[in-house]
Design a protein around this ligand. Structure first.
Ligand code: NAD
Ligand code: USQ
Length: 410
């Protein structure tokens, strides 16, 4: 039951993950009724891979008890595999009757998705079925639910050739047989760089179809690389601490660099480090979700696509910033991925700014905060898990450090 006009009932799929957990806490703190659904597959992958979050995350029941103690608010939890247990997902939706479903529940690592045929197939079936099941279940429930999905900037590819990447749709002009010029807006041509990113491209088509056919209200957030770990809510109690991935598969670039500096490992730049990517701090990621909940598309609107990023940076520039701050060495490693060695990236993000996002951009204070968190838990590091060993093709070499280290900039 919805608790009031501004308070919504929200199901968070993938609520136990790095982005889902702080989002669930924020929405709960704001007075929304939050129900988390997760199959805990991310924790299982850690167990199977012999990896772990650098921060000591607590079991989900302990997390939820701690939140109730700290905030007085209850978050309920359903253990459901949304890619495999369609009937249980449908029942949960029909019983809970949410106003909003936020969908984080996918296998989100590009390197993990490229490791083997088994993991390529797992990533495709998990992610595509998860998304399709949610869409089918919303239609079958007959409820008017606003679906918010976490997509990725990677669906666009990263080579914008000087063009600013728009928020989802591209204006085009085509010539008809009669020679007239017709204007259209189409989904920006997708150009994924890994099996994982490809699943997000497939998700886009599923949204397009169900929006067109069943008039579902859908927001698709094309998010950049998330960095940082704490939000005010996860800092409220040690038992609420957020996940911090640092291993070669799940660790993302800036958090890896800050963690590597903290534990005395050279900063691992792939190739020349000329890759430019979009970034967003976890606090802004959570704020964007809050804004997306508050600003649903109208019934009948096409899929609302927003670029959830605040700045673009080159990998080598990030490495140098971290190196300057911490005195750590930069190590160039052979790039285990198949990606452009250098690219420019310009991205339009005016929709979130217009809704009130005030970006937390990269600054030394916040970077040092992540570095300090990593120092605090450095004793939990497994150094063998730091190198990125998953290669995109059989011919490529894993990301081993090239000796001697060379940073021509220094
Ligand atoms: P995560 O792996 O930490 O969290 C995902 C959660 O979903 C996990 O708790 C996992 O157990 C759960 N899950 C996966 N498959 C499921 C299934 N079939 N049924 C139920 N639960 C399932 O990932 P994250 O970093 O929190 O990312 C969340 C979403 O945001 C992903 O979809 C990802 O693609 C997207 N995203 C993440 C980043 C980033 O830098 N972390 C950037 C852009 C987009
Ligand atoms: N990289 C390094 N050194 C490292 C790790 C990465 O140079 O130690 C480079 C990679 O080669 C790549 C870039 O840094 O060029 C980004 O890698 P990443 O692992 O930080 O990010 P990516 O694989 O793109 O995936 C992450 C999330 C994914 C999300 C995506 C957003 O894991 O879920 O969708 O960021 S985006 O990149 O905008 O598509």
């Amino acid at each position: 039951m919805t608790t009031g006009k501004n308070y919504k009932k929200i199901i968070v799929l993938g609520g136990d993950g790095f982005c889902g957990w702080p989002t669930s806490l924020r929405l709960s703190r704001l007075g929304h009724e939050v129900i988390m659904i997760d199959n805990l597959s991310r924790r299982r992958i850690d167990e199977e891979s012999g990896t772990n979050s650098l921060t000591p995350i607590q079991p989900v029941d302990m997390r939820l008890r701690a939140w109730e103690e700290v905030s007085g608010n209850q978050i309920r939890f359903h253990h459901i595999d949304i890619a495999e247990e369609y009937d249980r997902l449908l029942s949960a939706i029909c019983e809970e009757k949410p106003d909003v479903i936020i969908h984080f529940a996918e296998q989100r690592s590009a390197p993990y998705s490229m490791k083997s045929s088994v993991l390529k197939r797992y990533t495709v079936s998990n992610n595509v079925n998860a998304t399709h099941h949610v869409l089918c279940a919303i239609v079958e429930s007959g409820l008017d639910i606003h679906l918010i999905h976490l997509g990725t900037m990677g669906v666009y590819g990263y080579g914008s050739e000087g063009v600013r990447i728009p928020e989802g749709y591209l204006d085009i002009e085509v010539k008809t047989d009669k020679g007239d010029r017709v204007h259209q807006q189409i989904l920006y041509p997708t150009n994924p760089g890994s099996v994982y990113h490809m699943t997000k491209s497939l998700d886009q088509l599923l949204f397009h179809y169900y929006n067109k056919n069943d008039r579902l209200r859908i927001t698709d957030l094309h998010q950049g690389i998330v960095w940082g770990t704490h939000t005010p809510e996860t800092q409220a109690d040690e038992r609420l601490i957020n996940r911090f991935d640092y291993d070669g598969d799940y660790g993302t670039v800036l958090n890896r660099f800050l963690m590597q500096a903290a534990v005395g490992h050279p900063i691992t730049v792939h190739g020349t480090g000329g890759q430019t990517r979009a970034f967003i701090h976890i606090q802004d990621s959570v704020r964007c979700l809050q804004l997306a909940v508050d600003h649903p598309p109208e019934l009948g609107d096409r899929v609302l696509i927003m670029n959830q990023m605040t700045e673009t940076r080159r990998v080598i520039d990030l490495a140098r910033m971290v190196s300057r701050l911490t005195g750590s060495e930069i190590a160039f490693v052979s790039n285990p991925r198949k990606e452009a060695a250098e690219n420019e990236l310009h991205v339009d993000n005016h929709k979130f700014i217009a809704k009130g996002l005030v970006p937390v951009t990269l600054n030394e204070g916040l970077m040092m905060e992540v570095n300090e968190i990593a120092q605090k838990y450095a004793y939990r590091t497994d150094y063998l898990k730091i190198p990125a060993r998953s290669t995109w093709t059989k011919e490529q070499q894993p990301g081993e450090i090239q000796r001697p280290y060379v940073d021509n900039f220094k």
